[in-house]
Design a protein around this ligand. Structure first.
Ligand SMILES: Nc1ncnc2c1ncn2[C@@H]1O[C@H](COP(=O)(O)OP(=O)(O)O)[C@@H](O)[C@H]1O
Ligand SMILES: [Mg+2]
Length: 310
């Protein structure tokens, strides 16, 4: 196990921000921490890299207790914090070199690694510019360059794609995959389930500081496969039709939203033809029909009763 967290707890006065959280990350993974704003992702990340004191729990990284081996462990971690942390008065090159030196690099190897990190993030051509001359996405990439200059075994990225342009976003997502292929283990936090779904080998969903579920994307989707959802757009919707649909065996709920109805049935009820049959019987024309495949968004909604994004 590359990282193991047991019963982590963090309070701000009486407020419990992280509530007995457990995490196990194996070497080679891209591990996702998924949760809405305020779920406790950053607090967890900050605890893992020693930026915040925890109230209880144990953190083991690279098989060692974090508390006892903090300095040694930190050398092999690269952190991309949620809030961009670069020096505005230094050029991009000088910024990356600063973080390289901080991690013990010097001389020719330092130069090599700074070039490597700036090449990797697509900033080499703009190395002489200061961060103030950069777009938000470029600053974010510079932040990543600073975090990876020492080739860390574990890279932790806290919502690295928030508030940036789509091009930088794609660049960052590709970089995450590449860094992982080159051997780094990644912990990636986000409230965008599409990103997590696209990138991560395993995921922990957190809400209000608590673990809601852990598993691969497939495993998490299994959790909600006891339901089928069909969405129908109709020419018109009458109460008698809704009543008739609700009376179909296996139908759990039938929600009406204008001329659209959303029917949730038990797993394997094969109710689609029964539902469309009722629509025909009550002379409602079907304009569109969508059978929803399970998504992480739906997993989150089912497990917490809340939407991932408001
Ligand atoms: N320094 C702090 N003082 C008080 N409360 C905080 C502090 N930092 C975070 N919190 C609270 O802890 C909760 C978790 O925050 P955070 O870890 O930043 O969530 P996330 O990163 O998932 O959005 C939030 O309710 C936040 O308001
Ligand atoms: Mg955060």
């Amino acid at each position: 196990m590359l990282l193991e967290i047991k019963d982590l707890q963090k309070k701000y006065k009486d407020f419990v921000a992280v509530d007995n959280l457990n995490l196990k990350v194996e070497a080679g993974e891209i591990y996702g921490l998924l949760g809405p704003n305020g779920a406790g992702k950053s607090t967890t990340i900050n605890a893992i890299c020693g930026l915040t004191k925890v109230d209880a729990g144990e953190i083991m990284i690279f098989g060692k207790k974090f508390k006892q081996h903090e300095m040694e462990i930190k050398k092999d971690i690269g952190v991309v914090p949620q809030d961009i942390a670069v020096f505005d008065e230094l050029s991009a090159y000088e910024n990356v070199a600063f973080f390289g030196r901080l991690n013990g690099l010097k001389g020719a190897p330092l130069k090599e690694r700074v070039k490597e990190a700036l090449d990797f993030t697509g900033l080499w051509d703009r190395k002489k510019d200061k961060p103030s001359q950069y777009s938000g996405g470029m600053k974010r990439r510079l932040n990543i360059a600073c975090a990876i200059v020492h080739r860390p075994k574990l890279i932790i990225m806290d919502e690295p794609t928030v508030g940036i342009d789509p091009q930088s976003r794609n660049h960052i997502l590709e970089s995450v995959k590449k860094l992982n292929e080159q051997g780094s283990t990644i912990i990636y936090t986000s409230h965008y389930m599409e990103e997590i779904e696209q990138l991560c080998t395993r995921i922990t969903i957190i809400d209000h500081g608590k673990e809601i579920a852990t598993g691969t994307i497939e495993e998490l989707k299994e959790l909600i496969l006891n339901e089928e959802r069909v969405e129908l757009e109709l020419s018109h919707v009458e109460d008698v039709l809704i009543k008739a649909i609700k009376d179909i065996k296996g139908v759990k709920t039938c929600e009406v939203n204008g001329n659209t109805i959303i029917v949730v049935s038990e797993k394997n009820s094969e109710n689609i033809s029964a539902i469309t049959g009722k629509a025909a019987e009550f002379k409602s024309k079907i304009i569109a029909i969508v059978v929803e495949k399970p998504t992480l968004e739906r997993v989150f909604l089912t497990l917490t009763g809340r939407k991932l994004r408001d």
